[in-house]
Write a protein that binds this ligand. Structure first.
Ligand code: SAM
Length: 216
């Protein structure tokens, strides 16, 4: 059944998972009622489900600029499941192409293939500090990587912009239990605590964590 949260072009897109769930779409639609969403950066794109939502929803309202960073090699958590990442990347390319073609307004799209810490450094070095309205952090789920992504992406976020961390409460289920270095939460908590004077947590479902930049 089509709902307001279902992209109109959904049937034309090709996804093999439902990580970007209808409730996430609904929550992000509410968020974009409160903040502008013209300059967007995503760390971790996989097949492009969240990126296509941004193109469909925001590109239907006004021109957007979207940067997607991914190795298209999968995270540590993908290594136990046999995933052909070249097929994932091909689906990403096709999905983004279709979503962009169907968007009501121009989409300036940038695909950055490689490690997020290297691409974030390049974006900072190319003068994009304080540029983005919205940054989605959904790449590596290893705590040291999440902390690096958070610190570097925050430099790219403008004051008033919002950074959303996915999988705040997710942890890899390992034979020995959970490992605090193999989940995002300790990194997100450390980042938010140390940047207490520069950001504020926003009301959001606990599975994702939103922080708004309040100062340079
Ligand atoms: C959970 S998926 C992203 C899902 C996507 N946002 C969606 O909603 O469909 C995580 C992605 O992060 C990428 N990734 C993992 N570690 C990375 C790193 N260090 N740098 C860049 N990308 C990384 C993986 O290749 C994978 O495609």
């Amino acid at each position: 059944m089509m709902t307001d949260e279902t992209p109109a072009i959904e049937g034309a897109l090709d996804f093999t998972n439902d990580w970007f769930k209808p409730e996430r779409r609904r929550e992000w639609m509410q968020l974009f009622e409160r903040i502008p969403g013209r300059r967007l950066l995503e760390i971790g794109s996989y097949e492009g489900a969240s990126a296509c939502f941004l193109i469909e929803h925001l590109g239907g309202r006004h021109p957007i600029e979207l940067h997607c960073v991914d190795t298209w090699e999968g995270g540590v958590e993908h290594q136990t499941v046999r995933t052909d990442m070249s097929e994932v990347e091909a689906r990403f390319d096709a999905n983004i192409g279709r979503a962009t073609a169907a968007a009501g307004h121009p989409v300036r799209f940038f695909k950055h293939k490689g490690l997020s810490r290297l691409w974030l450094a390049r974006l900072i070095a190319s003068g994009l500090s304080n540029r983005f309205d919205f940054i989605y952090v959904d790449g590596s789920h290893q705590a040291p990587d999440v902390l690096t992504d958070a610190v570097m992406a925050f430099e790219l976020l403008r004051v008033g912009g919002v950074m959303v961390f996915d999988d705040y409460l997710w942890a890899e289920q390992l034979p020995q239990g959970r490992d605090p270095l193999r989940c995002p939460k300790p990194a997100i908590d450390a980042f938010v605590n140390l940047n207490f004077r520069r950001c504020r947590p926003m009301m959001a479902p606990l599975y994702q964590f939103y922080v708004q930049k309040t100062a340079h």
